[in-house]
Design a protein around this ligand. Structure first.
Ligand code: ZN
Length: 423
């Protein structure tokens, strides 16, 4: 099993099954209905967990909810906690519609304060962090490996606005003293305040997966500063933290510009309403997880046609696939989880059992329904066959129309006829 790691800048071999494999994938900051791009790391994490399990691994998946953040204070002044609670429900509801129930833990910042405060206190004690006027900052100069994950050079890492309280412009906040307009805060040894963004993931990952675990995921936009800072603060405590850093490419809007004012879809909920889960999942399969993926009506229509093509296989007779078909499928997924290569193989197969097994990896076994027509529709089809044999084509056409009115399509084949659900 090989997976590309941003940290190694290469493919990395996973330990032999059964692992265990701990996976931590950064989740959303909850202040609004999540954008379709937010669904990509979620879907990827869940699929990879399912594939690892198929290959005999014991996997624990953690996907956090950032429910304390500047964006939430800005989105709902004076009511940030209520907004975060509501937007958390939205995210669980929206991702729940994929029907891929694989996340083992959904930790929240507001429920992890003790661990976060203890983590920061330990960094202060070790000399990796310092307190100024109720803020606590990580001392980047103390951590020689800083920049190894993202490749950022110190001058690129400097903040736009100089903060005179920092020893070094690269230093980042672990704890922020409460400020006017911030309606939630927690007690700490440095006074009332709230955590900075990066510390939560280090603390929650350690709490749920232990100090060393296999895979840390998230969008490519999180490499710097979020993950660089997570890595620095966790390794400064003396342990390895995540071994493989799995960053998915971003979702881009192409074609017609997406905008709420002209009514184009963009949230997970809107995209699922319009296209349905099967099409959205197939759309995500069409690009390698490390590449960007372009979202457009054309790309979604292509995914819809693929879904229909796969459904069609189950309306026809099963034909055996080549004996090495499953091994080839395994090989492309084992090697950096190439879903486009897996999908290309699946489109070649007419073997119902094999295709159903592959679809199930991606939560798409709903496409593998072999629907059986009711007996009265079979009676109409049999009557039509007799009418045709008697060359009564008017009667045969009439029966075909009745079959269609009942929601079925009759197809002639060597065995007489087949009934498939109408589109
Ligand atoms: Zn994170």
């Amino acid at each position: 099993m090989r997976l590309y790691s941003t940290l190694a800048r290469d493919l990395v071999e996973l330990p032999a099954a059964p692992g265990p494999i701990g996976m931590y994938v950064c989740g959303p900051t909850v202040y609004a209905r999540a954008h379709i791009g937010n669904a990509r790391p979620y879907v990827l994490a869940v699929w990879y967990k399912r594939w690892l399990r198929e290959r005999g691994y014991d996997v624990t998946l953690v996907h956090n909810i950032t429910d304390v953040n500047d964006k939430i204070y800005e989105a709902a002044p004076g009511a940030s906690a209520e907004r975060a609670r509501l937007a958390t429900e939205w995210y669980l509801e929206d991702t729940g519609r994929f029907g891929l129930d694989e996340v083992d833990f959904w930790p929240k910042v507001t429920e992890s304060m003790d661990e976060i405060v203890a983590f920061i206190a330990d960094l202060v004690e070790r000399g990796f962090a310092y307190e100024v006027d109720g803020d606590v900052y990580f001392r980047v100069a103390r951590w020689a490996e800083y920049g190894r994950l993202s490749g950022q050079k110190p001058d690129q890492a400097e903040e736009q606005e100089p903060n005179p309280r920092k020893e070094d412009p690269r230093d980042f906040a672990l704890w922020k003293a409460n400020k006017p307009g911030e309606d939630t805060f927690w007690p700490s040894p440095w006074g009332d305040g709230r955590p900075g963004w990066h510390i939560e993931c280090s603390a929650m990952a350690e709490k749920l997966l232990g100090p060393v675990f296999e895979i840390h995921g998230g969008g490519l936009d999180l490499v710097f500063p979020h993950h660089e800072n997570e890595l620095a603060q966790s390794r400064a405590r003396g342990y390895e933290f995540a071994k493989v850093w799995m960053h998915n490419g971003m979702l881009r809007f192409t074609g017609e510009k997406m905008s709420k004012s002209i009514g184009n879809v963009e949230t997970i909920a809107e995209v699922l309403d319009r296209w349905g889960r099967d099409t959205v999942l197939l759309f995500f399969m069409t690009a390698h997880w490390r590449s960007p993926i372009d979202f457009s009506d054309d790309r979604m229509a292509d995914a819809q046609a693929r879904a229909e093509g796969l459904r069609e296989v189950f309306r026809n007779r099963s034909e055996p696939a080549p004996p090495d078909a499953w091994e080839r499928f395994q090989a492309v997924l084992d090697d950096d989880f190439s879903t486009p290569a897996a999908l290309a193989l699946m489109h070649e197969w007419r073997d119902h059992q094999l295709l159903r097994r592959a679809l199930d990896v991606f939560g798409l076994s709903g496409l593998a329904r072999e629907e059986e027509a009711p007996s009265e529709v079979h009676a109409l089809a049999a009557g039509r066959l007799e009418a045709r044999a008697a060359k009564d084509f008017a009667r045969a056409d009439e029966l075909r129309e009745q079959i269609e009115a009942a929601g079925w399509e009759v197809r002639d084949d060597s065995g007489g006829y087949r009934l498939v659900p109408r589109q």
